[in-house]
Ligand binder design. Sequence first.
Ligand code: SF4
Length: 207
Amino acid sequence: MTVSAADIETAARDAALAVLAAAPYALAGAARAAIAEADRQMAALATAPEVAEAVAGAACRAGCGWCCHQVVGITAAEEDLVAEAVRALPGDARRRVRTRQNAAEARLRTLPVERWQAARVPCPLLDDGRCAIHPDRPLPCRAVLSADEAACRAWHAGEDGARIPLVAAQRRAYSAAQAGLAQALAATGIPPGPVSLTEALSLALPG
Ligand code: SF4
């Protein structure tokens, strides 16, 4: 099945707009709607045998967090989604996120913005190799589905030319959905972002 990135963007935008029309401050709900739309679109894309094969052969598994060592750009709606999920964590898990957030922020503060990605700073939500808010992770995290864990490890180690070998359909679906979500926010007068996930966490967990 052929679904273009523009189609996905429009579908995610409309899904988010429908939520915001009913409840203008339901930003986390708008993010959930865009994610659900991306899931639907990805399921449609995966009816193509080559996409189904790529998804089935993906290397991603629980406990593998090589790709979670980068700065993730999120929209204002995903910021609310993440904040809700983090605030719902048990107290000790929340404290661990806060400690890692402080460490990540301190590290990033020493670097010019253009060197943030290469620094491989772990996401503060990476808890013993697992995402602490996996069901509510933002769209850029969902866009990452790797074909080869060894390549991810090489990317993490900073080896020359190494990159995370993404499943193209997955990246297209969730990246386009984030673009659609940003459009919906902008259309309703909400500055869409992006903000970095690490910065967003400092607002979600003040003090
Ligand atoms: S939010 Fe979760 S999935 Fe995304 S980078 Fe952080 S730990 Fe990884």
